[in-house]
Design a protein around this ligand. Structure first.
Ligand SMILES: C[S@@+](CC[C@H](N)C(=O)[O-])C[C@H]1O[C@@H](n2cnc3c(N)ncnc32)[C@H](O)[C@@H]1O
Length: 199
């Protein structure tokens, strides 16, 4: 999907399902307490604000100007603007600082970006014992998907489960599946938690 259509989607009020607070708390249990967080493809900032509510300073990056403006307004309204920064930036073009973040998250975004390149950058950008969370819809290799509107949409917003798993295992020492959720007839979403960059 192009950057223009994301702006259009957010102008039309697009919203995506929220991160389960219990799952987030479980992830944060394992994240170093001192350190910053980064949310990649932050959209209108809900996850970044949720992470900030646990006491982290958070940066959100998104390629949609409309989403970033919206996120910034929400942070002002929530009174946490001193703890969150939202940046309008294409993540495919953005280098990340080395050894910096305690937590990096990418929720419902990796299907739209060069995620294999991203994982290398994320791995280098996590501090010691830092945690990377990826949540994404998946296509499963041994399933025979029918060709219809639902599965064509699914293809646009998903990544191949086996390729994703290989890319995570190539860049991180431990990879766990924290949640598996089913939606519609064919949809499956997983939340992965990866740790200890493999340097
Ligand atoms: C489905 S939305 C999810 C937004 C948010 N993570 C959430 O869960 O509510 C996908 C987001 O990825 C962003 N995005 C897509 N390609 C991007 C890129 N190359 N760089 C930065 N953000 C991108 C879009 O602007 C959009 O906000």
């Amino acid at each position: 999907m192009s950057k223009f259509s994301w702006d259009q989607a957010f102008s039309d009020g697009a919203q995506y399902r929220p991160m389960n607070n219990f799952a987030l708390a479980k992830i944060l249990d394992e994240v170093p307490k001192i350190g910053k967080a980064l949310d990649i493809g932050c959209g209108t900032g809900d996850l970044a604000l949720q992470i900030a509510s646990f006491g982290y300073d958070v940066t959100g990056i998104d390629g949609s100007k409309v989403a970033i403006e919206n996120a910034h307004s929400k942070a002002i309204e929530a009174g946490v603007i001193n703890h969150v920064t939202f940046i309008h930036q294409d993540i495919d073009d953005q280098d990340l600082p080395t050894g910096s973040y305690a937590l990096i998250t990418a929720k419902l975004v990796i299907a739209f970006i060069d995620y294999k390149k991203l994982f290398k950058k994320v791995s280098a950008s996590l501090m010691h014992d830092g945690v990377f969370m990826v949540q994404t819809p998946l296509m499963v290799r041994d399933v025979n998907y029918p060709d219809n509107d639902e599965t064509r949409h699914l293809k646009r917003i998903s990544v191949d489960e086996s390729e994703l798993s290989a890319a995570l295992n190539a860049n991180f020492k431990t990879v766990e599946i924290l949640t598996t959720e089913y939606s519609g007839h064919w949809g499956i979403d997983k939340t992965y938690v990866a740790k200890s960059p493999s340097r």
